[in-house]
Design a binder for this molecule. Structure first.
Ligand code: ATP
Length: 440
């Protein structure tokens, strides 16, 4: 695979309707993005791939969907009000603001401004809380303050007892959630890698304290493998344990799964040992016991938590970057997204060879049949070679071409994105053939 420049993927995303800058007709809203027809399908596929592995294929994890807005008590207890901050410095020369711990990565130094190059121009670092605050109800005042969640995780902790009582699960078991989180990042950037509004896929896995280390190892390995299984080459991924000074306020050990982005290695997912910190805090602050009574051992304990926390958007960026390729087919260069079929926005494109009335009824009939099971595109304009390349560029694994012979022999051609090989198959076998090729 050729080294992928970020610009190539950003351009493809804009050109083909994956990702647009937000509020573009008003000049754009800095570092905020909207997902177009293809991007929204791909985001959904990332979420669904995660839920499939983390919930559907296991018997020890359940899914919830908690509120985004929460009262201050939740974040007082979790420690986010006091601790969820980044060190902010201002350059007194150019007035730009930076995260102190990002200065070197941004091309400056601890003493040199990456904005204007001035030396020794920074203010003292001050803690900047990353949570967005707003007001619930018609009156703005301290009694009406609410926060937009900076992680989905607190939804699992405050619902621990509800889930325990209603799901018949017992440790080791997990509560999973996919949803939006909000952080007032000081320096958003690198396309959809770091934005102020983003989506997370988090699992809180509750275990007996003595099993915590074992489950931490298990989840580090399982989560790394998930990306490999969905097509990211293993040499573009690394598991990096945090140094002690990097650990979050709740963590006794964290490893990041890092991806080789065009600008260097960066976090894709964090796997943290949150100990019994959150449940203990919420129990103390709410006055509700959040523990588990093990009838087998006659012991009551507060479970320890292992948390694999991933970003939907960051994962999508990584999948796109890893999949982007350019090659030459029949002396013609093409761009191809070699996306895993589960992640590809469309699984199949139905392409009648011509727009003639004689072909369209059969082509539409095939489209309707396939779309019962798969997300299908339908395209009848331009030369067939051009249409194949349009599908290659958005990662559609298979094209089905309906031609004039189809009307006679009741067969169509399946064309493969990666090899460009074509085979003729009876229409009666089409669904089975496609399913065998996609793997689902
Ligand atoms: P970073 O060090 O990059 O700021 P973090 O360690 O604060 O990330 P976590 O709190 O571990 O991130 O969040 C879990 C996951 O949520 C991250 O691995 C990432 O995929 C995603 N995520 C966090 N912040 C953002 C953001 N601002 N934009 C997009 N995704 C994010």
């Amino acid at each position: 695979m050729a080294a992928t420049e970020l610009d190539q993927v950003v351009n493809l995303c804009k050109r083909r309707g994956f990702v647009y800058p937000s509020a573009e007709i008003y000049g754009g809203f800095r570092s905020s993005y909207d997902y177009g027809p293809l991007g929204s399908l791909m985001l959904r596929n990332v979420r669904e791939a995660w839920i499939r592995t983390m919930v559907q294929q296991r018997d020890d994890v359940v899914l919830i969907d908690a509120a985004i807005l929460a009262p201050p008590q939740v974040f007082e207890a979790s420690g986010h009000l006091a601790n969820f901050s980044d060190p902010l410095v201002d350059c007194t020369k150019c007035k730009q603001r930076f995260r102190e711990d990002h200065l070197v990565d941004l091309g400056g130094g601890p003493d040199t401004c990456p904005g204007c190059g001035a030396k020794g121009s920074f203010t003292e670092a001050r803690a900047f809380n990353l949570m967005f605050k707003t007001f619930a109800g018609p009156v703005e005042g301290s009694g009406a303050e609410v926060y937009m969640r900076p992680e989905t995780a607190q939804g699992m902790f405050v619902n621990f007892l509800n889930v325990l009582q209603t799901s018949r699960k017992k440790p080791p078991f997990g509560i999973a959630q996919v949803g939006k989180s909000f952080r007032n990042e000081i320096t958003p950037g690198n396309f959809i890698f770091r934005t102020r509004e983003f989506e997370q896929m988090e699992l809180e896995f509750f275990v007996p304290p003595a099993e915590s280390a074992e489950w931490y190892d298990y989840w580090c390995k399982a989560r790394l493998q998930w990306y490999v299984d969905l097509g990211i080459p293993a040499d573009m991924l690394v598991l990096r344990p945090h140094d002690a000074d990097e650990l979050s306020h709740y963590s006794s050990g964290t490893s990041d799964i890092e991806f080789k982005y065009p600008w260097g290695w960066g976090e894709l997912e964090g796997v943290a040992q949150r100990t019994n910190y959150d449940l203990t805090q919420h129990a103390n602050h709410s006055g509700t016991k959040l523990d588990y009574f093990d009838q087998a051992t006659n012991e009551r304990y507060i479970p320890y938590v292992i948390e694999p926390a991933a970003g939907v958007n960051r994962a999508m960026a990584a999948f796109l970057l890893a999949a982007y390729d350019e090659d030459i087919i029949n002396d013609e260069p093409r761009t191809v997204l070699r996306l895993h079929p589960r992640l590809a926005p469309y699984k199949v494109a139905v392409l009648p060879l011509s727009k003639k009335d004689t072909l369209t009824p059969l082509a539409h009939q095939i489209r309707r049949t396939l779309s019962e099971r798969y997300m299908v595109d339908y395209d009848e304009t331009q030369a067939i070679g051009k249409r194949y390349r349009r599908q290659d560029e958005v990662g559609t694994p298979l094209c089905v071409t309906v031609d004039f012979d189809s009307l006679e022999d009741n067969a169509v051609t399946i064309r493969d994105r990666d090899t460009t090989a074509q085979v003729r198959v009876p229409i009666a076998d089409l669904l089975g053939e496609i399913s065998a090729r996609l793997g689902f």
